[in-house]
Ligand binder design. Structure first.
Ligand SMILES: [Zn+2]
Length: 255
C-alpha cells in the first residue's frame, strides 16, 4: 500500500508546487491536468496489474525450482475431471482457485481435488466481474463466504487468495491484510481463454524453473493441450510440483 500512499503524496505535493509557481499563468489548468493524469495512470496500473504490487504484495514464483500449476474458475463438471485425470497420470499436484459457488454445485469434484492431494485457494464465493468495484462490506463477504463454505471440507485453513480478474484496490488489500491472506499471483499467464491451441502452447513454453503458471480448469482448450504441455515442458527439463513441494511452498509463504 506504500506505493499508493507515495503516489497520493507525490500528486498532492506536485499539485501544490504547480499551483504556487503557475498561479498567474494561463497554463495553470494544463499543469494541473498533467499532474492529475499522472496520478491516475499509476493508479490504474496499480489496479489492473498485480505485478506492480501497488496495493498488496504478491507471490510470483516458487523459491524452489519446481513449477507450480494453478487452475482458476472451476470446478467444471466436464473439464476439471479431465484435468484431474491428466495430473494424476503424470503425478503432478496443482493449486485450484475454485469459485465457492461452483464448488458447492459440484461438491464431488471439490472432494476429488482434495483427496487427490491438490491444494485449494480462495477465488471468492461468486467471482463477480465487478469484484474490484464492490464496497468494502461486500468484498469481505465474498472472501468470508468462500472460507466458511470451503474450509470445513479441508483439514486446514486456506491462506492463499487470487482476486477475480486479477484486479486489486485498497478495499481488497485491507480485507486480505485483516485475514492474513496472501495473494498468489503468477509468472506465466497462459491467456488460455483464447482458443488458438498453438499460440497457447507457445505461451506455455515460457515456463521456466520456479514458474507459477496461470491456467483455467473450466476451459476445453486447456484440458485439450495440458498433457502435450506437460510432456513438452518435461522434455525441456521442467519439473512440476508434487504434493510435498506444494506443502513446502505454502508453508514457506505463510512464514
Ligand atoms: Zn477467475
Amino acid at each position: 500500500m506504500w506505493k499508493h500512499k507515495l503516489n497520493i503524496a507525490v500528486a498532492l505535493s506536485t499539485l501544490l508546487i504547480v499551483i504556487l509557481i503557475f498561479r498567474n499563468s494561463p497554463y495553470l489548468w494544463l499543469w494541473i491536468s498533467f499532474v492529475i493524469s499522472n496520478f491516475i495512470v499509476f493508479l490504474v496500473f496499480g489496479i489492473v496489474f498485480l505485478r506492480f504490487q501497488y496495493f498488496y504484495p504478491g507471490i510470483f514464483r516458487n523459491s524452489d525450482p519446481e513449477v507450480i500449476l494453478t487452475f482458476d474458475d472451476g470446478p467444471d463438471p466436464v473439464q476439471t475431471p479431465r484435468i484431474l485425470d491428466i495430473l494424476h497420470k503424470h503425478g503432478i499436484r496443482a493449486i485450484f482457485f475454485v469459485i465457492g459457488r461452483k464448488a458447492l454445485e459440484h461438491p464431488e469434484i471439490l472432494q476429488r481435488i482434495i483427496s487427490e492431494g491438490h491444494m485449494v485457494g480462495n477465488h471468492t464465493q461468486n467471482h463477480s466481474l465487478f469484484f474490484a468495484m464492490l464496497h468494502s462490506k461486500k468484498v469481505a463477504e465474498e472472501i468470508d463466504q468462500f472460507s466458511q463454505n470451503i474450509e470445513p471440507l479441508l483439514s486446514e485453513k486456506i491462506t492463499i487468495f487470487r482476486p477475480p480478474i486479477g484486479y486489486t484496490n485498497p478495499k481488497i488489500a485491507r480485507a486480505l491484510k485483516k485475514r492474513k491472506l496472501k495473494i498468489l499471483a503468477w509468472s506465466v499467464r497462459s491467456y488460455d481463454s483464447f482458443k488458438n491451441k498453438e499460440a497457447l502452447m507457445k505461451r506455455l513454453m515460457r515456463t521456466r524453473p520456479r514458474s507459477i503458471v496461470l491456467l483455467h480448469d473450466n476451459l476445453e482448450q486447456t484440458a485439450d493441450i495440458l498433457e502435450d504441455y506437460i510432456i513438452q515442458a518435461r522434455a525441456n527439463g521442467i519439473i512440476f510440483a508434487n504434493q510435498e513441494n506444494l506443502k513446502k511452498f505454502i508453508h514457506e509463504i505463510n512464514k
